[in-house]
Design a protein around this ligand. Structure first.
Ligand code: LM2
Length: 477
């Protein structure tokens, strides 16, 4: 379960957090497909508890596995998957299967289903009290049993050893596969037993060639296991059964590009043992996600987000230039209050992103459309499979490396960078795709001369608005 089944040379997915299915379908056709994005993670698609003022986190409180939420209904989901697949973009579903809702009275779902959470009664599935672990609160993260069998934030904890629970989850997953999706993010995987998850994964159908997948292809599964070391549950209990989201990664990059660590240390960032990282092929990586960008989950003040654009773009560029892991780009809505939901009308319906000159303007941040990020997604596709070579650092906070002879990047976190560096590239004039692009045969940003021996004088001053420079063989003049 560690192949995302991207089409062609694509390498990167984007989380379109809280986007509606119809808008995602259009984004696939207008932008993601043409720009070379490989996939979209959608917010939980199943029916959830409606909470007053509609915080984003209501979607992490399931009431049933019917496909109906503020993002859309089953028909809209199906149409989106079809349209995205058609332009080479896969869909991955955020799957909330550890728990149902917390207590609420009355409890109404986005599809009109009701439940009695305090009685552990969810007729929309149906689940009864027999399907849950006896309520207790997770307090001690050193106790693996407590982490798996007690309630996370008061959310009623399903017992995945029960046949009924397994069957209901498997049925839901297989329906999503039948509708053409390519895989799942497993929410709160750390709070479930690996052997139960393994038993569930075993019964998920293969992806269908009818939906454009290779024969006998297993769906992609990436599990949310927040493990920064020192707890009762380890991420290494999970990467044999499917992929794992590597939470240490964004913390390291956040510290690095905030100037709180030494960038030169990233020289061995592909040494998984040295950094205690999940093996690259099993890892999904990100700079930030929907939780830690607003202080939920783990990572705290280390995490970089769209609110710090210069270092954020550098961290995302590093992620996309560096070969480790499968990359996911975050795409947010703007917020001041961490509970705040997406832009919505007074009836609670989500407002579609409005795009003017390629930028989202009405409360959606759309980091995935920022020119520097979009260019680095293309870079990652172009250098896919090329070795990291020509590492350089000044021993402090300036680094550079190439990906074989196809691409070159340099980063400057401190001081002025002015250096003759080996780019690994064939001689010629290259256009820096961070500050511009080739337009009508001319470079609209910085130009860099690579001479016969592959070296070039690279300059990134601290006063510049971009702290990274990127060259590749498709932006050669
Ligand atoms: C996740 N990963 O393991 C998600 O990435 C994360 O966003 C989810 O928490 C969490 N697991 C459960 O699926 C979010 C949010 C919580 C929120 C829950 C449920 O971070 O704050 O909890 O969703 O909506 C909220 C309240 C909490 C309350 C709980 C139950 O914030 O105070 O606890 O609902 O009513 C009594």
């Amino acid at each position: 379960h560690n192949d995302p089944h991207y089409v062609g040379d694509r390498t990167t997915m984007v989380h379109l957090f809280e986007w509606k299915f119809n808008d995602i379908a259009k984004e696939c056709e207008d932008f993601l497909g043409p720009m070379g994005y490989g996939g979209v993670q959608v917010s939980p698609i199943n029916e959830n508890l409606v909470i007053e003022n509609r915080p984003w986190y209501e979607r992490y409180q399931p009431l049933s596995y019917k496909i109906i939420s503020r993002s859309g209904n089953e028909a809209e989901f199906k149409d989106m998957v079809k349209r995205c697949n058609k332009v080479g973009v896969r869909i991955y579903v955020d799957a909330v299967i550890n728990h149902m809702s917390g207590n609420a009275q009355p409890a109404y779902g986005t599809g009109g289903t009701t439940a009695k959470p305090d009685e552990l009664s969810y007729p929309g599935v149906p689940y009864t009290s027999k399907d849950f672990n006896p309520p207790c609160d997770i307090q001690n993260y050193n106790n693996a049993t407590e982490v798996r069998d007690c309630e996370l934030s008061g959310l009623h904890d399903l017992n995945q050893t029960k046949t009924n629970v397994r069957d209901k989850i498997i049925k839901y997953f297989n329906k999503v596969i039948d509708l053409g999706a390519a895989g799942f993010r497993i929410d709160a995987a750390k709070h479930m037993w690996p052997q139960d998850l393994k038993a569930i994964y075993k019964k998920i159908k293969n992806l269908s060639p009818k939906n454009g997948y290779p024969k006998n292809a297993q769906c992609y599964i990436y599990q949310e296991v927040i493990d920064l070391g020192g707890e009762g549950v380890s991420k290494f209990e999970y990467n044999d059964i499917a992929s794992v989201i590597e939470f240490q990664y964004g913390i390291v990059l956040g510290n690095m590009f905030r100037g709180k660590d030494n960038l030169a240390r990233l020289q061995n960032f592909d040494d998984e043992n040295a950094w205690r990282l999940i093996p690259s092929k099993d890892a999904l990586v990100m700079v930030d996600n929907h939780d830690n960008q607003r202080g939920h989950g783990a990572g705290g003040a280390s995490i970089l987000t769209h609110k710090d654009p210069k270092p954020y773009k550098m961290a995302v560029a590093f992620m996309l230039a560096h070969p480790y892991g499968h990359a996911r780009v975050m795409s947010s809505f703007a917020f001041s209050d961490p509970s705040q939901g997406p832009p919505a009308n007074s009836d609670g319906s989500i407002i579609s992103p409005e795009i003017v000159n390629g930028e989202c303007v009405n409360g959606w941040v759309c980091e995935h459309r920022w020119p520097q990020i979009q260019q680095m997604v293309k870079f990652r596709n172009l250098v896919n499979g090329e070795k990291l070579e020509n590492w350089w650092s000044n021993g402090k906070n300036q680094i550079a490396f190439s990906r074989g002879g196809k691409g070159f990047v340099a980063f400057n976190v401190e001081g002025d960078l002015r250096e003759k560096l080996q780019t690994g590239l064939p001689a010629g004039t290259y256009c820096d795709v961070i500050t511009g692009d080739v337009v009508d045969g001319k470079c609209s940003g910085k130009s860099v001369q690579v001479v016969d021996d592959g070296t070039a004088t690279v300059e990134i001053l601290s006063s510049e608005s971009e702290g990274v420079l990127a060259l590749h063989n498709q932006a050669k003049l």
